[in-house]
Design a protein around this ligand. Structure first.
Ligand SMILES: [Zn+2]
Length: 423
């Protein structure tokens, strides 16, 4: 690790190389598939998409080189055509190179399979052309935008190409700060504990975040794994199927795979003998004449008991209930004034503007005592108090509305006056 990184004793390094056979595991990345790379806890695989774009991709290469970290790059065919030297730099630095379509369409989940195939084939051809060496391109592929589609994945699998999703993202294509990229990468890694991280080497914020990410990976004890495809000379790293699951079932965690009910219970078809009355748990405390048994009981030869063996409940007499339950006091049904206001306000629609002049209050009408004293005070002694009082006799809510309406009108009037003056 550090020893393998001359001149950088504190480097993160690459802890091991994992050789995978795409034909055995054609779809990986738990963001979309059941399987992911067979990583140990605290092992991370770095992937970079969409390059090469010289300025940023070269900086990413320099940062990775300074830490002796090997990654996988998913290059876009059009970018490889524009910057073939950039693709060769990836190879020369010892990274794995996968394909990422020709034009990076974000609609592979919707486009006709024929067009998707064309994108895949053209992208692979462009990267191979840039490398000048077919074997230098790994049979790894990432669908742009992770817009997966069964037809696309099936085609890739038929070509012996492994479809790579991811286990976690750092959202580095979004308009966020580089420190946010760092935060998301570390936070999500802490949640998954290991996995494939998807980054973009064309993004300046990724370039800015990467040194801190690598430093923190080292500080927190994470290890980098470099993934390469199996060849005739280099066979796949031996693995167990459950290692390809991010969270394989554990013996200490309860799972809902219940054992199947065996068939032997239903295998015997011979009728069982009817139980004797003396075998029953309630036994025979009730002498049962045979004549009283039901037809069903007769047929089976097991007469039912005349009476249920469990105790009966004592019926409640209505007159006893009346005595036992006192009539509720009238105070139970009294409503608090504040609650009455709220109910009245909620149940009545807004009343029309005040039309009536001062009139005598109807007999029995009273101002309802409440904590709206402040409202009353604002109109105390003014002619319209009577109107307010009248309204409040039947509807306290309406009274509040009137105050508001009146105040609003006064305010409006003032605005109009001011405007007139200013004009
Ligand atoms: Zn992409």
């Amino acid at each position: 690790m550090a020893a393998d990184c001359p001149g950088h004793p504190d480097a993160l390094g690459t802890s091991r190389t994992l050789v995978v056979d795409p034909r055995e595991h054609p779809r990986i990345g738990t963001m979309q598939y059941p399987e992911t790379l067979p990583l140990e806890d605290h092992e991370v695989v770095l992937t970079f998409d969409d390059g090469p774009l010289p300025h940023n991709s070269n900086q990413v290469l320099d940062i990775l080189a300074s830490q002796c970290v090997k990654a996988t790059f998913f290059t876009v065919g059009r970018m490889a055509q524009a910057y073939p030297e950039g693709v060769r730099k990836l190879r020369d630095a010892g990274h794995s190179i996968g394909a990422h379509t020709q034009n990076h369409p974000l609609s592979m989940n919707r486009m006709p399979v024929e067009r998707a195939r064309q994108e895949i084939d053209d992208g692979i051809a462009s990267v191979k052309a840039a490398l000048g060496d077919d074997a230098a391109l790994a049979p790894f592929f990432r669908i742009p935008g992770l817009s997966r589609a069964e037809g696309v994945e099936d085609y890739l699998a038929s070509q012996g190409i492994q479809t790579w999703s991811a286990d976690f993202l750092a959202d580095d294509w979004r308009h966020i700060s580089s420190s946010r990229v760092y935060d998301l990468a570390m936070k999500r890694l802490e949640e998954t504990g290991r996995g494939i991280l998807l980054l973009h080497d064309i993004q300046a914020r990724t370039v800015a975040a990467l040194p801190r990410i690598l430093h923190e990976l080292k500080a927190r004890g994470y290890r980098i794994v470099h993934v390469v495809p199996a060849t005739s000379e280099q066979p796949a790293t031996p693995t167990e199927p459950q290692q390809w699951q991010l969270h394989p079932p554990s013996e200490t965690v309860a799972i809902s795979h219940w054992p199947k009910i065996p068939n032997f219970v239903f295998a015997a078809t011979d009728p069982l003998p009817a139980p004797a009355l003396s075998d029953s748990y309630w036994h025979d405390d009730w002498p049962i004449p045979v004549a009283e048994t039901s037809d069903r009981g007769k047929r089976r030869g097991v007469p039912p008991p005349r009476q249920a063996p469990w105790p009966r409940q004592t019926p409640l007499l209505p007159e006893r209930a009346a005595i036992a339950l006192p009539a509720p006091a009238p105070s139970v049904f009294e409503m608090q004034d504040r609650l009455r206001f709220a109910l009245a306000r909620a149940s009545r629609p807004a009343e029309p503007a005040i039309a009536a002049g001062p009139e005598r209050e109807p007999d029995g009408a009273k101002l309802v005592a409440a904590d709206t004293g402040a409202s009353r005070r604002t109109v105390a002694g003014k002619p319209h108090l009577e109107r307010v009082r009248r309204a409040s006799a039947s509807d306290a809510g309406g009274r509040v509305t009137r105050h508001a309406t009146h105040a609003g009108r006064r305010a409006l009037k003032r605005v109009v006056q001011v405007r007139k003056r200013s004009v």
